[in-house]
Design a protein around this ligand. Structure first.
Ligand code: MCA
Ligand code: AMP
Length: 501
C-alpha cells in the first residue's frame, strides 16, 4: 500500500497534536496542518500534470513545508527525489538528466542554475520555489487548492523515492526505494526501539538522506509522535532542547560535538530514553565517554541508502560498542568469502543482506543492479563484516572505496575524475584521513604533469562549482608517482598509512 496510507489514520485521529515543534521559528505544526498542507500540495502537483511514478526532485532547506511536500509526493503516487543542498550545478545537472523529473522544487537562489540545466539537458520540468520561511511559488496560491486528496493507491513494490548514491565508477546511481521498503523498515524500527506516540524526537539531521528523512520522520509519522525540528545540528540548540526530548538520532559527529560542550551533562538528558547513532562508525571511546558523562549507552545501528536499516543494537539487552548489533527481524545478514562461501563466527568477509527493506535496483541501470545482487537475492553491500557467537554484527572495513565524512559519503573516484580534468594534473588518488570532528576527511595525492605548477587553492577553486563542498579535499600531497602494486593498482592503504592519521 501507499506509505502515506499508513500515516494517514494517525494524522486524522491526532489532528490537533503537535507534529513539529520548530524552536527557531517559535512555531508548532499539528498533524492536522501537515495533513491539510500535504493534500493541497498534492492537488497542486496533480494540476501540474504529475502522474504516478513521475519524479519530483527537491533541493530545499529544511522546513515544515518541505516535509509536507515529501508527504504530498507520496500521496500523489509520484517518486520523491531529495537532493543535498550542498550539490553544485554539475552534480545537479547529472541528477536531472538521469532522473528526468516532472517537477523540480528548489530555492529562488537556484533559479538560474535550474534554468540552465533545463536548457542544456532538454528535460522539460516545471520549476517551483520553496524557501525555509514558508514562502515560494509552490505555496503562492496554495489555499485555493482542495483540502482533500484521495491518496493514489500504490503496491508495496512501487517506487516511493529515488536517492542517489555515488559509486566506485564515479557515476551516481539512483537507488529505487519502494513503499514496501519504507513501511517495513519504519515498522520494524518502531518495534525494536520501543517507539511510543508520546516520544519526542530531537531532529537535527538533514532531510535529504535516509537517516534524517526515512528513519527519523517515517517512524515519527507512523507513531504520530512529535519532532523538535531544528534546521541543522548546532550543539547549543541541541543542548537547549534536550530536556524536552526523549530520543535523539545522529551521526557520530553529533555525539563527539556534544561531548566537547562543557555544559553537556546527565541532568540535561533527564527525559531522554534513547540516543541512536548511525551512518558512520561510532568510536568505542565515544561510546564509553558518553556513558560516563550521561549514564546512557548510545544505541548504534547500521544501514545503507539501498537497504534502509539492517541491524541494530538492542533496546533491552547489551549494546556492544564497536558492533552494530543484531540483524533486524525479517532481515538476513550473511558474511561471505571471496569464493562465495558462507563464513562462520568471527570470520571477516563480504557483508550481504536480504529482506523487505532491500531496494528494487538502480534507476535505469539494470546491469549495475544485477552486479550488486547475488543469484539468491542478497544485496552485496560493499562492507566487510563479521558476526560474533551471540549474533552481533561488526563492520570492520569496506570493499568499496568510500570515505564517510560527518555522515556524508564521498566516493574518491568522483573527486579524482574532476581533479584529473585539470591540465596541470597527471593523476590523483583520493583517500580518507582521520578527522577529529568528521571521523574522516578527504585527502588527495597529486602527480603533476611534467613541468606544470599547481597549488592547493588552484585545485579547491577548480572543484568549487563541480563538487559539493564536503567532497573537496582539505589535505594535499604532491608526489612524483602514486604507489602501485605489481598489477598497477594504486595502493591507497599505503597512502592512508603514511598520511592518513
Ligand atoms: C559540512 N562540511 C563538511 C561536512 N558538513 N565537510 C565534511 N564532511 C561533512 N559532513 C563543511 C561545509 O562544506 C563547510 O565547508 C563547513 O564544513 C561548515 O559547514 P556547516 O554546514 O556549517 O557544517 P556543520 O553544520 O558543522 O555540519 C556538520 C554536520 C553535518 C552536522 C556533521 O555534515 C551533518 O548534519 N551531517 C549528517 C549527514 C547525514 O545525515 N548522513 C546520513 C546519510 P566550507 O566552509 O569550506 O564551505 S544516510 C546514511 O548514511 C545511511 C543510510 C545511514 O546508515 O544512516
Ligand atoms: P550510504 O550509502 O550513505 O547510505 O552509506 C552507507 C554506508 O555507511 C554503509 O555501507 C556503511 O559503510 C556505512 N555505515 C552506516 N552505518 C554504519 C555504522 N553504524 N557503522 C559503520 N558504518 C556504517
Amino acid at each position: 500500500m501507499n506509505l502515506f496510507e499508513s500515516f494517514h489514520d494517525g494524522f486524522q485521529s491526532s489532528r490537533s497534536k503537535v507534529a513539529l515543534s520548530v524552536p527557531e521559528q517559535d512555531r508548532q505544526v499539528s498533524f492536522g496542518e501537515l495533513d491539510l498542507l500535504s493534500a493541497r500540495i498534492a492537488n497542486k502537483l496533480n494540476g501540474l500534470g504529475v502522474k504516478p511514478g513521475e519524479r519530483v526532485a527537491v533541493q530545499v532547506d529544511k522546513s515544515p513545508e518541505a516535509l509536507a511536500l515529501y508527504l504530498a509526493v507520496l500521496r500523489a503516487g509520484a517518486v520523491y527525489l531529495p537532493l543535498n543542498t550542498a550539490y553544485m550545478p554539475d552534480e545537479l545537472s547529472y541528477f536531472v538528466t538521469n532522473a528526468e523529473p516532472k517537477v523540480v522544487v528548489s530555492k529562488k537562489s537556484q533559479v538560474d542554475v535550474f534554468t540552465k540545466i533545463r536548457g542544456d539537458s532538454g528535460v522539460d520540468f516545471e520549476f517551483m520555489t520553496l524557501e525555509s520561511n514558508a514562502s515560494g511559488t509552490l505555496l503562492d496560491d496554495i489555499s485555493s487548492f482542495g483540502e482533500a486528496f484521495e491518496t493514489i493507491s500504490r503496491s508495496d513494490d512501487d517506487i516511493a523515492a529515488i536517492l542517489y548514491t555515488s559509486g566506485t565508477t564515479g557515476r551516481p546511481k539512483g537507488a529505487m526505494i519502494s513503499h514496501g521498503n519504507l513501511l517495513s523498515n519504519a515498522k520494524v524500527l518502531s518495534r525494536q526501539w520501543g517507539w511510543k506516540s508520546d516520544d519526542v524526537l530531537l531532529h537535527a539531521l538533514p532531510i535529504f538522506h535516509v537517516h534524517g528523512l526515512f528513519v527519523a520522520c517515517n517512524i515519527s509519522f507512523l507513531n504520530t509522535s512529535e519532532m523538535i525540528y531544528l534546521s541543522k545540528f548546532d550543539a547549543q540548540m541541541v543542548l537547549a532542547e534536550l530536556a524536552n526530548a526523549t530520543v535523539l538520532m545522529g551521526v557520530p559527529t553529533f555525539y563527539t560535538r556534544l561531548l566537547n560542550e562543557p555544559d553537556f551533562s546527565g541532568e540535561l538528558c533527564r527525559n531522554m530514553r534513547l540516543f541512536i547513532s548511525g551512518s558512520a562508525p561510532l568510536l568505542e571511546e565515544t561510546f564509553e565517554e558518553f556513558k560516563e558523562r550521561t549514564g546512557h549507552s548510545i544505541l548504534e545501528r547500521y544501514g545503507m541508502t539501498e537497504t534502509g536499516m539492517n541491524a541494530s543494537n538492542p533496546l533491552d539487552g547489551d549494546r556492544v560498542p564497536g558492533t552494530v548489533g543484531l540483524p533486524l527481524p525479517g532481515t538476513e545478514i550473511r558474511i561471505v568469502s571471496d569464493q562465495g562461501v558462507n563464513l562462520g563466527v568471527e570470520e571477516v568477509g563480504s557483508l550481504q543482506v536480504r529482506g523487505p527493506n532491500v531496494f528494487k535496483g538502480y534507476w535505469r541501470m539494470p546491469e549495475k543492479t544485477e552486479a550488486d545482487f547475488t543469484v539468491d537475492g542478497f544485496f552485496i553491500t560493499g562492507d566487510l563484516g563479521k558476526i560474533d557467537e551471540n549474533g552481533y554484527v561488526s563492520i570492520v572495513g569496506r570493499e568499496k572505496d568510500l570515505i564517510i565524512s560527518g555522515g556524508y559519503n564521498i566516493y574518491p573516484k568522483e573527486v579524482e575524475l574532476v581533479i584529473n580534468e585539470m591540465p596541470a594534473v597527471n593523476e590523483t588518488a583520493v583517500f580518507g584521513y582521520k578527522h577529529a570532528d568528521f571521523g574522516e576527511g578527504v585527502a588527495v595525492a597529486v602527480v603533476k604533469e611534467n613541468g606544470a605548477e599547481i597549488t592547493d587553492s588552484n585545485i579547491i577553486e577548480y572543484c568549487r562549482d563541480k563538487l559539493a563542498a564536503y567532497k573537496i579535499p582539505r589535505v594535499f600531497i604532491y608526489m612524483d608517482e602514486l604507489p602501485r602494486n605489481t598489477m598497477g593498482k594504486v595502493q591507497k592503504n599505503i597512502l592512508r598509512d603514511k598520511y592518513g592519521s
